[in-house]
Design a binder for this molecule. Structure first.
Ligand SMILES: [Zn+2]
Length: 444
């Protein structure tokens, strides 16, 4: 891994040097047309749920896809990337990550034991690991040190750091004593620059405005307690419908969306009624909630994070998760898995997310394996992690499928993920915006 990270960083420096040279060159001569790259593989799944193309070819010019077919002409001078027996897919999307989080410190200890630099450095590392695992787009649900995710997004967009395209929450909005209250210390201790607690519609409205002013793309609110928290238990509702509504209304004025962390049924139902975009985790999803989701007509989506239950069970103790929080995890797991099966049976769309940091960064595709064990078809999980997630983000115009006009965000896995969904964990080719990030699967 270390060698691969070094190689990728080196590639970036070489790329930066090459870009600088071509900029200097461009001043003397007219701009040359973008490089044409032809990517081909035995199979191509485009992310929209239809039958795969076998074989599949994609023509990339600059940062965009310009053509997709079973066979395409190869123009003179084009670079050809031949992925042999592999399956090409769109870059994957994760709707719930915490890229700035590391497992060496529990988030409730972060304010007393770390600085924002910790989140920034681990964020850069985790962004690269996530991208190399095939996740070319994420919604980041925020750091403990507010707005470091804004800086990470901007550094990625500026080309200073390699990572996925990001939409960021900036600073999650929590009730006092609740799921996002990291102040698990004496009332005589304060961290004056970190303000993420808001109670009542007026404070929530102000928190939403403050977040957008400081660079957030969307709002994350914590409507119920959490599993990995000393605060109110996960089943308990923490924000009233009126408080959630205040967040949705103010975000709507900015043309933006709200993600609602909600485990208990009360918080799930209040969130759907208030019109949030996503109900994240959604552990105690019941029939009433499913009916409301259906009636919302693709306004609100259920976005579970199921592999977390396994990760906390198997790796939690080693990662310093307290026994009381592991017990919360044990109690909620059956409800969580039952809710997913109910949603599957009801045929509602199910977004794809992982809560990475609770799971190891880069292991995001394991979520599809759990969903498969609970009865979901491989193609349904692939659609969830590509075109459906893009729809939920409002980014269907740029990512989520292998189609002309979209960003050239492509990945490849060995063999056939429709037969064995765990192949998604073996990504061996990643391209983001036409730039190759890794290509072990390419034939030389
Ligand atoms: Zn989370």
């Amino acid at each position: 891994m270390d060698a691969l990270v070094r190689r990728t960083v080196l590639d970036t420096l070489v790329l930066a040097a090459a870009t600088a040279t071509s900029v200097a060159h461009a001043q003397a001569t007219p701009p040359s047309p973008p490089t044409v790259i032809i990517v081909k593989a035995a199979h191509l799944i485009d992310g929209r749920g239809g039958a795969p193309l076998s074989p599949g070819m994609v023509r990339v010019e600059g940062e965009r896809i310009v053509a997709v077919a079973a066979s395409l002409p190869v123009p003179a001078g084009a670079k050809v990337i031949d992925l042999g027996d592999a399956t090409l897919l769109p870059g994957l999307i994760d709707l719930h990550t915490h890229l700035t989080g590391a497992r060496n410190v529990h988030w409730e200890d972060a304010l007393t034991r770390t600085t924002p630099g910790h989140d920034a450095l681990w964020g850069a590392r985790n962004a690269l690991v996530t991208l190399r695992a095939g996740f070319t787009t994420v919604c980041d649900m925020g750091p403990t040190w507010p707005f470091v995710d804004v800086d990470l997004r901007d550094a990625i967009n500026a080309g200073a750091v390699l990572g996925p395209r990001m939409m960021v929450a900036g600073n999650y909005v929590s009730a006092t004593g609740g799921a996002g209250d990291a102040r698990q210390f004496s009332i005589y201790v304060d961290v004056p620059l970190v303000k993420n607690l808001a109670d009542g519609p007026e404070e929530i409205t102000k928190a939403v405005r403050t977040n957008f002013k400081n660079g957030a793309d969307f709002i994350k609110i914590l409507s119920t307690g959490a599993v990995l928290s000393k605060g109110i238990p996960p089943g308990a509702q923490q924000y009233s419908e009126a408080e959630i509504q205040a967040a949705v209304t103010e975000a709507g004025r900015w043309g933006r969306q709200v993600a609602s962390h909600a485990h208990g049924a009360g918080g799930i139902i209040a969130s759907i009624k208030a019109g949030v975009r996503t109900v994240d985790h959604g552990s105690y999803l019941n029939d009433e909630a499913i009916e409301l989701l259906k009636a919302s007509n693709r306004r609100t989506f259920y976005v579970p994070t199921l592999y977390t239950a396994v990760a906390v069970e198997q790796e939690g103790a080693a990662n310093g998760i307290p026994a009381a929080e592991r017990e919360r995890n044990r109690q909620i797991k059956d409800a969580e898995y039952g809710g997913f099966k109910r949603a599957l049976a009801a045929g509602i769309p199910i977004g794809f997310a992982t809560d990475a940091v609770v799971i190891e960064h880069g292991e995001n595709a394991k979520e599809c394996a759990v969903r498969g064990q609970l009865g979901e078809a491989p193609m349904a999980c692939i659609v969830a992690a590509t075109s459906l997630d893009a729809e939920i983000m409002g980014w269907s115009d740029r990512v989520g499928s292998v189609e002309a006009g979209k960003y050239a965000d492509l990945i490849a896995v060995p063999g056939d993920p429709l037969r064995d969904i765990t192949q998604l964990q073996k990504v061996g080719f990643v391209m983001k915006g036409g730039a190759v990030v890794r290509e072990e699967l390419a034939r030389r």
